[in-house]
Design a protein around this ligand. Structure first.
Ligand code: SF4
Ligand code: SF4
Length: 173
């Protein structure tokens, strides 16, 4: 299994304890399932071997196949605002060293904007306002930006369309 947990240590402005207190981004509304991390077939099969109870769903994005957790039937009703935890969120992510790439680099992510692949930051994360922008830029310039863009090129299914609650940093790292 490709292990992305080392990359998480590069996102130095948030600690695991900060995220454990906040918990914003490991739960999903029915209306925001498009925000789920997308993984490739090999990662999906490896996770299924360890966690056979987790269901996955095939998706196609940017002409590339990928898989997301199949949570659609886990909601209690049709309220698009009902929010339930990711199946790996058991009072915090249980994936440990098998952390998924998109989760490892979050709240940065690669997004498609006007036919470009850009690096964006989810402004809903409280650390967007709490952190000096130079810190973000220096992390991206010191290798994190290239890793995010390289992964996006290698696995286009992981690249979501740009949305307004993201701040765009740039496309050249
Ligand atoms: S919104 Fe930010 S601080 Fe909150 S859990 Fe997500 S990454 Fe962590
Ligand atoms: S896989 Fe882990 S880090 Fe990613 S959304 Fe689920 S609980 Fe959160």
């Amino acid at each position: 299994m490709t292990k992305h947990n080392e990359i998480r240590s590069e996102v130095t402005f948030i600690t695991a304890e900060d995220c454990a207190k906040c918990k914003y981004c490991c739960s999903f509304k029915k209306s925001s399932l498009s925000e789920l991390p997308v993984i490739n077939r090999e990662e999906m099969e490896n996770l299924k071997a360890i966690y056979p109870e987790i269901k996955f769903k095939k998706v196609k994005r940017n002409d590339c196949d990928g898989y997301i957790f199949d949570m659609e039937n886990d909601y209690s009703g049709n309220d698009p605002l009902e929010e339930i935890p990711c199946p790996f969120n058991k009072n915090g992510c249980i994936l440990g060293e098998n952390k998924l790439f998109e989760c490892a680099v979050w709240p940065f992510r690669a997004m498609k904007k006007n036919n470009d692949i850009v690096i964006a930051f989810c402004v809903d994360c409280p650390f967007f306002l709490k952190t000096d922008f130079q810190k973000f830029e220096s992390l991206l310039k010191n290798g994190l930006g290239k890793k995010i863009l390289d992964y996006a090129k290698k696995f286009p299914a992981s690249v979501n369309n740009y949305k307004e609650n993201y701040h765009v940093f740039g496309k050249n790292y």
